[in-house]
Structures are given as C-alpha cells and as structure tokens.
Design a protein around this ligand. Sequence first.
Ligand SMILES: Nc1nc2c(ncn2[C@@H]2O[C@H](COP(=O)(O)OP(=O)(O)OP(=O)(O)O)[C@@H](O)[C@H]2O)c(=O)[nH]1
Ligand SMILES: [Mg+2]
Length: 394
Amino acid sequence: MSIQKALGGDRRSIAQAISALENGGEMAYEVRRAIAATQGRAHVIGVTGPPGGGKSTLVSVLIKGLRKKGRTVAVVAIDPSSPFTGGAVLGDRIRMGERQSDEGVFIRSLASRGHLGGLSVAAGDVIDLFDAAGFDVVIVETVGAGQSEVEITRFADTRVVVCPPGLGDDVQAIKAGMLEIADVFVVTKSDLPDARKTESELLAMLTLRRSEAVTPEVKRVSAPNEEGTDALVDWLDARSERGRRHAAGGAKTAYNLVSQCIAGDNMAQLLGIELVSASMGSTTLRMRALRKHMNFNNRCHGGALFALGDMALGLACNSHGKIATLVDGQMSISTAVEEGEWLVAHAYEVSRSRKIGSYQVKITRARDGEHIALLHGTVYVLDKSVEAPKGIDL
Ligand SMILES: Nc1nc2c(ncn2[C@@H]2O[C@H](COP(=O)(O)OP(=O)(O)OP(=O)(O)O)[C@@H](O)[C@H]2O)c(=O)[nH]1
Ligand SMILES: [Mg+2]
C-alpha cells in the first residue's frame, strides 16, 4: 500500500489505507502519521437522525447536487445496515452503483464496532484520510441513537439532523438530544402528509431556545419529487464552515502543541514513548516493550503500560491548549506483552465540559492489533494555558 498515492487521490490506495485504519495493526499508525502531516480543508457534513428517517436517501441527493457544482464527495456511512452497498436507494432515480463509478465520489461503510454505541474509533481517521486525499466534501451518516449524534459534533463542520414526519412524540426525543447540535434540520419525506406539522413543531421548539444560541435552519426535502433539494445543496455549499473543525487551534496546532509537550516530557523520554498522530482531543502514541519495561516475570510491567496510557490521555486532554490533569484513572489489562513488541496507544475524548473531561485509551499490539489494555480517565480542566517549551514557535 502506498500512503502517498492515497493522499494523491488514488482510489485503490485510499481503500487500502481505510482497511489499514479499520484493522488497527502496524499500518494504521503509518497511515495516521501521514494524515497528521497534512492540513485539513474539506467541508465535513454530519448527517444524523432516527433509523429509517431518510438519511441515506438524503445523502444520495446531496451527492448528486454537490457533484453538479463540481465538488468531489466522500461518504462515510457508519451503520452496517446502510444501503450503501451499490444497490438502488430510491428506485431507479438514484443508484449508488452509478455514483460509485463516478471518479469524484467515494463511498465507504464502516461498522460501528460498538464504540459507545456511536462512531467507530476509525471513523475520525477515515474522515481525516478523505480530507487529506483532497475531497471537497466529506459526508458522514450516523444513526442518531445514543452517543453518535453528540460525537458527530466533534467530527463535523456542519451538522444536519434529519427529522421525518410521523415521529409523533418522538419529536420530543429529538428535542432532548439533537436540538443542541443541529446547524440545520431537514424535514425529509416532505411529500408525506404530516411534513408540515413536523416542520411547525420544530419551529415551535426552536423559538423556545435560549436567545443567545444561533438558531438552526429548518428545511423540507422530498427526494422523489426533488423538492427543496437544490435549496439545501445551495445552503450547504455556501457555508463558510469548511475546515472549521481544524480552525481555532485545529489539528495542525494541536499536533504542534502535543509534539512539543512530549518532547519536553522526561517520562516519555525515559520509556521511549513516541508520537504517531494528534488532533484536538485525540492522540496516538507508540512504545516498544524493551528489557527495561519488563517485570520479574519477563512481561511488560503494568506501570509501564499505565504510563503509556496516561501519556496518551494526558496529551489528548491537553491538546485543546488548556492544562488538564488526571484525577481518576482505571486500567484493565487483558493480554501480557512480551519483550520486543511495539504497542500503540490511541486516546480519544468521550466527553468534555468546561471543567471535566472523560477520556479512553486503547492500547493494542502493533503487530496484529490485539487488544492489550483499556484506560478510562477523568480529568479536571484548569483555567490555565498549556505553556509551550521556550524558544519554540507554535
Ligand atoms: N416518500 C418518501 N420516502 C422517502 C424519502 N426519502 C426516503 N424515503 C424512504 O424512506 C425509507 C428509508 O430511507 P433511508 O434513506 O434508507 O433512511 P435511513 O435514515 O438512511 O435509514 P437507516 O440508515 O436504516 O437508519 C426508504 O424506504 C426510502 O425510500 C422521501 O423524500 N419521500
Ligand atoms: Mg441509511
């Protein structure tokens, strides 16, 4: 596999790079490292909403509209049940198979792998890969059930929440979770009788929102009649939110900050912990289990594993630029590590408020992606900026 070819847009290499990211393993961090060195520029659009709400159909409509505007589009569908398998999505009108043969479109389904019921761990990396490979727009489809609609806020520049008619009281459930995160509500299936009612219910809820919040748009779309589709595509395309997740201390800044933190960390030097990649709220490190890490049983010492996990977690929670410190951490270890093995620690943010953050770190064996240990930690965020070591420009 050639990572450089993938970053140049070669489809076969992109597919291979995604497989590497999914499998974990040794190649995954090579890919992550290559991605980390590139600057994001894609407009990442997250599409979420209830099961069967019309998300995939809407994504097809968006692909078609964005292609007409000359944009290249990559799609990450996070749900094994999504019909992005090359079959017909909406009768003969929009065939995903036809879209797949379009050089400007790349569609990939990812299994959710049960990561907190939300986005798979690899999803963020796959989005970054598409971004690095030069796609103008990356669309992420997730089923809004539990964590995923909240997680999408970490990944997307623009959040589209699908709200089909006929949800009845379930519109209240949308109010509880998604009202907070949406940039635009799309009332799908607007050809169905209850569509106007759903729209007015949404508008009524939005007027109850706190006045300082930016009020999301509400748009109606009927896929079979192609009603409202152009307006939605125009609105999305005109948004200047492109690459927003990278702005204001985005991936590049986070990477610079984290790489300087680790360079100035004595424990990391002592144990030989290296940075693989970093973005806001997420880091990947690696460490080779050497003689000095072994316990009396000639296996990697639990303390060394914890130090690796703690380092990854510490960098992930400090990557926002505010000093954060671990106040509670628990590690479970499921597999012993032999001398000579490379270990990869991937830390990611589960949640974060102004003062408290929750993080997880997965430690795997690089050779085969075997699960080694899981660290869960709670951090306390101080009202102080992380100081970069002297003489280095951020
Ligand atoms: N009448 C009508 N039906 C639609 C429209 N959009 C989607 N549907 C139908 O709604 C059903 C679900 O559509 P999908 O696009 O698969 O919905 P989804 O949200 O992706 O579903 P999951 O991924 O399984 O959660 C399908 O039978 C579609 O044909 C529309 O605008 N009008
Ligand atoms: Mg779907």
